[in-house]
Design a protein around this ligand. Structure first.
Ligand code: HEC
Length: 153
């Protein structure tokens, strides 16, 4: 009987360990649905030090608007898990050219702030997603500010 109990406990611990290792794997298509239909980013807030349409730099384009969800509005770094930052990128004549997103997922990429990066076409087509070297390398200049460029909030 004792052995069975020990065996059951051991199996239980293995199951818990395996579940703890299974990190949520984000998905660009699902995330688009989440941020445009379930909880549309157009209703979110903005960083208090970066509101409205602002001038930007290459590669993102000349104009942009940055939205952040409630979780990400928490002041300071690192931002909490579940933070989503959405940047609408516009051409000089204010045509939407792309939507770039940073989504903080616990355990997804600890070496680079656990951000999941996505670039969408204006219609939501995923153009890049995951841990693209380009996004991470450039944003690394702000590694101490959780890879965030536009805000010190
Ligand atoms: C060569 C540098 C560079 C690359 C590459 C780059 N970014 Fe950025 N990113 C910036 C700069 C600079 C800003 C500040 C706003 C602006 O100038 O448009 C920014 C701002 C952002 C923001 C708003 C939040 C913040 O960090 O301020 C998001 C979201 C974002 N980038 C996503 C991405 C994604 C996704 C990729 C890859 C597909 C990417 N970026 C690639 C330089 C870069």
């Amino acid at each position: 009987m004792k052995r069975i109990i020990i065996l059951v406990i051991a199996i239980g611990m293995v199951v818990i360990w395996v579940m703890a290792q299974a990190v949520e794997s984000p998905n660009g298509v699902a995330l688009w649905e989440q941020i445009t239909i379930e909880n549309p980013y157009s209703h979110w807030s903005q960083f208090p030090d970066h509101t409205g349409m602002q001038k930007g730099q290459a590669p993102h384009g000349p104009l942009h608007i940055v939205y952040v969800n409630l979780v990400g509005l928490k002041k300071g770094w690192p931002k909490p898990d579940g933070t989503v930052i959405v940047k609408e990128n516009y051409t000089a004549d204010k045509t939407l050219a792309a939507v770039t997103v940073m989504y903080k997922v616990k355990g997804y990429n600890p070496e680079a702030g656990d951000w999941y990066w996505v670039k969408y076409a204006p219609d939501g087509l995923v153009q890049k997603e995951g841990k693209p070297d380009g996004c991470i390398n450039c944003h690394s200049v702000q590694a101490e500010h959780d890879f965030i460029m536009v805000s010190s909030h």
